[in-house]
Design a protein around this ligand. Structure first.
Ligand code: SF4
Length: 327
C-alpha cells in the first residue's frame, strides 16, 4: 500500500501575543507518521492533546498564522511524486487543496451561510475550481449528493431548515465534491445525537469504500475509532504515544494512557463504573519533563521524569513511546 501523506519530526503550534510578549504554544511536538492509500487513520486523545492542530498542519492552505510550523517536514504523494508541502507557493498549495486533500473542520456544519440556499454554497465552491457553466455544475452537485444517499432536494433548502446531522453530512459532501485523495475530518460526529452520529460514520465509511481514498479522522471518541478506523494513533501533549492497527490498540493497548482511554469505553452488559484518566491534561505552556504523562501515570519510574521515551516499534504494526516497554 503506497503513501499519501507523511510527516517527519513535525513541530507546530501557535505564537500568541500576551502582556507585551510572545508566547509559544507547542501543540505538535516531533510527530512522525505515515498515512497510507486506502485506509481510515484515526487520531485519538483528550481535548487539548494537539490532535486538531496536527490535522490542520496536514491541510496545506490551513498553515497560516496563528498556526506556525517550527520544524520538520510534510510530504504529499501526488501521482507517485513526493511533494515537500512546506516549499510550495500559495498558488501551488491552493491547487492541491480540495483536489488532493480536503478538510472538514470542527463545527463544519456552520460553513453554510444562513441566508443562502445550500445549492449556492455548492455552486460557489465548484465555480472556484471547475470552469463550467452553472447548469453543468449543478448537475455535478446533484449527482454527488445523490451518490452519497442524500435527497437532492436538500440543495434547495436553507441551512435553518436542516437538522445538525444533515448539515454535517452536507459539509462532508461539499468537502468530497472534487473526489480528493485524502480527506481530513476533525471531530465530524461531535455535537450530534447518536442517530446522526451513526449516519455520519456510515457516510464516511461508504465514501472511503467507494472511492478507495484515505480518511484521517480526529475524534476524542474511541467508540468512533473502534467502529471505523483501520489504524489509530493516540496523542498526548502534542506527541504520538502509541500507534497501531485498531484491532491491536483495542485488544492489546500498551501505553497506560491508551489503556485508560479504552477502559472508559462503555460495554454492553458491563455495569462497572468506568475509570477515567486521573488528573488533567498538562498545559502546552508548562509541559512536564520526561514523559509528559508521568504526573498522571500509575506506573511512573524515575527515568520517566527525566527522559522522553521515543516512539519505537513493538512489532511491524504497533508502536509505543513508554519506558515500560524498554525494560
Ligand atoms: Fe508512565 Fe513512564 Fe510510560 Fe510515561 S513512560 S506512560 S510515565 S510508565
Amino acid at each position: 500500500m503506497g503513501l499519501v501523506l507523511k510527516l517527519e519530526s513535525l513541530r507546530a503550534g501557535y505564537i500568541l501575543r500576551s502582556l507585551d510578549r510572545n508566547r509559544v504554544i507547542p501543540a505538535v511536538n516531533e510527530v512522525s507518521l505515515e498515512i497510507r492509500d486506502d485506509e481510515i487513520y484515526g487520531i485519538a486523545g483528550e481535548s487539548g492533546s494537539g490532535k486538531s492542530t496536527l490535522l490542520k498542519t496536514m491541510f496545506a492552505t490551513a498553515i497560516e498564522p496563528p498556526l506556525r510550523i517550527f520544524g520538520g517536514k510534510i510530504y504529499y504523494y501526488v501521482q507517485n511524486k513526493e511533494i515537500d508541502v512546506l516549499t510550495l507557493s500559495v498558488q501551488e498549495k491552493m491547487r492541491l487543496s480540495w483536489q488532493y486533500v480536503s478538510y472538514i473542520p470542527q463545527g463544519s456544519m456552520s460553513v453554510f451561510n444562513p441566508i443562502r440556499k445550500v445549492r449556492t454554497v455548492f455552486l460557489d465552491f465548484l465555480k472556484s475550481h471547475v470552469k463550467e457553466g452553472e447548469e453543468k455544475l449543478l448537475a455535478v452537485a446533484t449527482r454527488h449528493v445523490k451518490a452519497l444517499g442524500l435527497a437532492p432536494e436538500v440543495l434547495d433548502a436553507y441551512p435553518h431548515q436542516l437538522s445538525g446531522g444533515m448539515k454535517q453530512r452536507l459539509a462532508i459532501a461539499l468537502a468530497t465534491l472534487l473526489n480528493p485523495r485524502v480527506i481530513l475530518a476533525d471531530e465530524p460526529t461531535t455535537a450530534l445525537d447518536v442517530v446522526a452520529q451513526k449516519a455520519v460514520i456510515q457516510l464516511l465509511r461508504e465514501i472511503q469504500r467507494e472511492s478507495k481514498n484515505t480518511i484521517v479522522l480526529v475524534t476524542h471518541d474511541m467508540g468512533v475509532h473502534a467502529n471505523i478506523a483501520t489504524r489509530v494513533a493516540i496523542m498526548y501533549a502534542g506527541k504520538i504515544v502509541e500507534e497501531g492497527s485498531t484491532t491491536a490498540i483495542l485488544k492489546r493497548p500498551l501505553h497506560p494512557y491508551t489503556k485508560y482511554l479504552i477502559d472508559s469505553l462503555p460495554r454492553i452488559g458491563d455495569k462497572h463504573v468506568r475509570e477515567s484518566v486521573p488528573g488533567n491534561p498538562p498545559s502546552f505552556l508548562d509541559l512536564p519533563s520526561g514523559c509528559a504523562f508521568h504526573p498522571r501515570c500509575p506506573y511512573v519510574q524515575e527515568i520517566c521524569k527525566r527522559e522522553v521515551p521515543q516512539l519505537v516499534n513493538v512489532n511491524a504494526e504497533h508502536k509505543i513511546a513508554c519506558w515500560l516497554e524498554r525494560r
